[in-house]
Design a protein around this ligand. Structure first.
Ligand code: HEM
Length: 504
């Protein structure tokens, strides 16, 4: 028998294994019974270890799991040893707003940690000073005036998609109908718009009917972010764990960054007054003598293209799915839009602002199927603070999770039903609208909200004005929440049959 230091190898193995088990047991015991968060309710295994949360995110099931937990444990749930999930309207202000006399709750760096120390700061990063500098520069790019200036470009891309659909009908056998996958087309559309307004050049997806390589790579962005944020939960071994990311994915990420940097550089160094996201921000940085480096432009424009297109595509696809699955709503909406306009040319960003039912449909889509499924987590500042009337210690991760909150019967009546009417004539006490903040609140809230709403109104109005829709396969009906999420929705195809309106 081999013997080391008087103990045989088997005995040493048993000793090491016992010590490991005892350490894990003590760690779990501490987290459940002695940890400062012990008084917050939550599933025991999740309170004891971070792993169940990580596994759930990687399986794409975190949104349904958290919905079930909030149903069982209430509006505040401990979902990891150091993380609380909120589904109580009061938490929005406490977590995300700037409160006088309170330290800011920063973005959680496990999500946005730099991959290399020399990586530039971005508008999405956890550094508050860098964020404020970039937010000020981009604010003018997303003002009412900029939106008016950008409108013709947005309207042009929407017209191009509608014309493409009409051509498909004309080319079809019998020239009566065509089948399109709206998931794909709405993705093409929003990426073309974002690409144009950010890089000064379209990805041409709508024109060609094909996915551009840049857009194809970025589709996996949510999965990459989910994986990286999971690895970042385990310092210091996160550096080692990074080796488990497949080489192919790493290479695609590098390709993507390089392409984005080239496109951003080309746009920023081109003298131009085109009405896009760059012109006002560039003017601001020049006027204030606070120039961005090329690397800062590159990372910020990459973020803006993605933030502006994936979310809007997701919302539009969800709204169109809800409409084809809820014929009564579709009929009422088509009636409102077709009555309001005499021709397709009259439907513009400016003219679609005040259609009550259209606005209600969009809000209900954002409630039932929020594009930002789970919130972007924040970290409790030094000394801790109060959230929803209860003390939360420093360094705790806190998040308002939209999908789980919006699906609680304690927040909305018939929470899983698509009911735009709830936004038209709110039934007293039946819905708690303080919980509904699809664009977030506070200094990090969505900078593109006005553009997103304008784009959604325009696209939905143009589609329901021009076409009648039905599901290609009548059995292809399901709750939007049945899809997986990897930070963003892993969207399934939405194949619909389109006919020119009134020709059914
Ligand atoms: C339906 C569409 C959209 C939804 C639901 C949405 C939602 C959100 C939410 C919830 C946040 C806050 C994240 C946080 O709290 O950390 C956010 C931030 C942001 N969004 Fe949007 N967004 C949409 C469209 C857009 C568009 C069209 C753009 C730009 C073209 C955009 C650009 C951004 C940027 C740059 C931020 C970071 C802002 C900051 O930290 O100061 N988003 N968005």
């Amino acid at each position: 028998m081999i013997s080391v230091g008087g103990l045989d190898v088997v005995a040493q193995g048993i000793l090491v294994a016992s010590l490991c088990i005892a350490t894990i047991f003590l760690y779990a015991f501490y987290n459940v019974y002695l940890h400062p968060l012990r008084s917050y309710p939550g599933p025991r295994l999740w309170c004891a270890f971070r792993l169940p949360y990580v596994v759930s995110v990687q399986r794409g099931k975190i949104h349904t799991q958290l919905t079930a937990f909030h149903g069982k444990y209430g509006p505040v749930v401990r979902i990891a040893p150091n993380e609380l999930s909120y589904a109580d309207g009061a938490a929005w202000k406490d977590i995300y707003a700037s409160r006088p006399g309170h330290l800011p709750f920063k973005r959680n760096p496990t999500w946005f940690k730099k991959q290399h120390p020399d990586e530039p700061e971005s508008i999405m990063g956890p550094d508050e000073d860098a964020h404020a500098r970039m937010r000020r520069a981009f604010a003018n790019s997303f003002s009412e005036k900029s939106l008016r200036d950008q409108s013709p470009a947005v309207e042009g891309y929407v017209s191009s998609m509608i014309d493409n659909f009409k051509r498909r009908i004309n080319l079809s056998k019998g020239r009566r109908s065509a089948t399109v996958d709206l998931t794909q087309w709405l993705n093409f559309l929003t990426f073309d718009i974002s690409g144009d307004l950010s890089f000064g050049e379209s990805f041409d997806c709508v024109k060609t009917g094909k996915m551009h390589y840049w857009v194809e790579i970025v589709q996996d962005f949510g999965k990459g972010l989910a994986m990286v944020s999971a690895l970042n939960q385990y310092p210091p071994i996160d550096r080692l764990l990074r080796f488990v990311i497949p080489e192919k994915i790493k290479q695609r990420q590098l390709d993507h960054r390089r392409m984005s940097a080239e496109k951003a550089k080309k746009r920023v160094h081109t003298e131009s007054n085109r009405p896009d996201f760059v012109t006002p921000a560039l003017k601001y940085t020049k006027d204030k003598n606070q120039p961005f480096t090329d690397d800062e432009w590159a990372i910020n424009m990459m973020i803006v293209v993605f933030a502006g297109s994936e979310t809007t595509a997701s919302a539009l696809t969800a709204i169109m799915r809800e409409l084809v699955q809820n014929r009564g709503v579709l009929q009422r909406l088509s009636g409102e839009v077709r009555q309001a306009f005499d021709s397709e040319q009259d439907i513009t960003i400016a003219s679609t602002g005040n259609l009550a039912y259209l606005n209600a449909v969009i809000n209900e889509g954002l409630r039932l199927d929020p594009p930002v499924v789970i919130g972007v987590p924040r970290v409790m500042p030094k000394g801790g603070d109060i959230i929803c009337g209860k003390f939360v210690p420093e360094n705790t991760y806190v998040t308002y999770n939209q999908y789980p909150s919006n699906r609680q019967p304690s927040n909305f009546h018939s929470p899983n039903t698509f009911l735009p009417e709830r936004f038209l004539s709110p039934a007293a006490g039946k819905d708690d609208f303080t919980t509904f903040q699809p664009f977030g609140i506070g200094r990090h809230s969505c900078i593109g909200m006005k553009l997103a709403l304008a784009e959604m109104r325009l696209v939905v109005a143009r589609l329901v004005y021009a076409f009648d829709f039905s599901l290609k396969d009548a059995k292809d009906r399901w709750d939007w929440g049945a899809q997986d999420t990897f930070i963003f929705w892993d969207k399934k195809p939405l194949n619909v049959v389109i006919r020119l309106s009134g020709e059914a």
